[in-house]
Design a protein around this ligand. Structure first.
Ligand code: MG
Length: 264
């Protein structure tokens, strides 16, 4: 399994603010990062760096984060919603991205903050009007996403921009892996809250698999290389508290673990 990472040498950096000044790409190898030109070109881009000397950034640098709601029937039902007949699409802003190990801030405006473990797709090629059966030509890799949600604000607002869009609401995997190195049909999405498994389901339970999602989205958006698609969460969503540690894992793909902290 090849672990592709994004990194910066600035340990104090916030991911979305550093990209103009120094986000780089690399491959993790035996405690080192081997810099490369980009995820889409393995051309070398400098000397090996010990991993402890870099800060790993979210393994995606999207112009947009496109999310699928209610893509597992049992999750739609657990929140009292109908199972959708076509993909339910919403956006999270790139300013919501945080990396593995970064804090997720519990907003003072919310009293009901939920985790949603999800498989992430990273787009590798500009995509518009894609046919479902061609999705593998456009998706470069997989990663893990926690679609953090202020459930009370999501319900109160009637649309989801605020409830899904706060800063730190999109923890994204420590690394990404190319789709050709993983058997999609064997993947599972798991979420662990304070060490307890709270979500565990096969991605084959998705109502709309990646091909259907890509075909639907690219009828109205152009997807750009680096764009991130969060493919929806399985059943078992629930609240996190200040002090909670939440980990989303897709065995064979990776994980992202974060602490929940109070807004300062
Ligand atoms: Mg979600």
């Amino acid at each position: 399994m090849t672990h592709y990472v994004r990194f910066t040498l600035d340990h104090a950096a916030r991911p979305t603010l550093t990209d103009a000044g120094g986000a780089r790409y690399g491959i993790l190898e035996d405690g080192h990062v081997r810099p490369i030109r980009s995820f889409f070109s393995s051309e070398p881009d400098g000397a090996l760096l010990p991993v402890e000397t870099v800060k790993l950034l979210p393994a995606a640098n999207p112009s947009k984060i496109v999310c699928v709601g209610r893509n597992y029937a049992e999750h739609a039902k657990e929140l009292g919603n109908e199972v959708p007949t076509e993909p339910l699409i919403f956006l999270k802003p790139p300013s919501s991205l945080v990396a593995d190990g970064d804090d997720v801030v519990y907003p003072a405006l919310s009293q009901n903050l939920h985790y949603e473990g999800e498989l992430g797709l990273i787009i590798g090629k500009r995509a518009r009007n894609v046919r479902a059966e061609d999705w593998r030509e456009y998706v470069w890799g997989y990663t893990c996403v926690n679609d953090v949600t202020a459930r009370d604000l999501q319900k109160k607002d009637g649309q989801w921009t605020r409830g899904k869009g706060f800063d730190t609401f999109c923890p994204t995997g420590r690394w990404a892996v190319p789709i050709g190195e993983v058997d999609f049909d064997g993947l599972r999405v798991q979420t662990w809250l304070d060490g307890k498994c709270v979500q565990d389901a096969p991605v084959s339970d998705m109502i709309f698999p990646p091909g259907a999602i890509l075909a639907y989205i690219t009828r109205f958006f152009t997807l750009e290389p680096g764009d991130l698609i969060a493919t929806g969460t399985p059943p078992g969503v629930g609240p996190m508290q200040i002090g909670s540690i939440v980990r989303v894992a897709v065995p064979g793909v990776g994980q992202v673990e974060n602490s929940i902290v109070a807004e300062s």
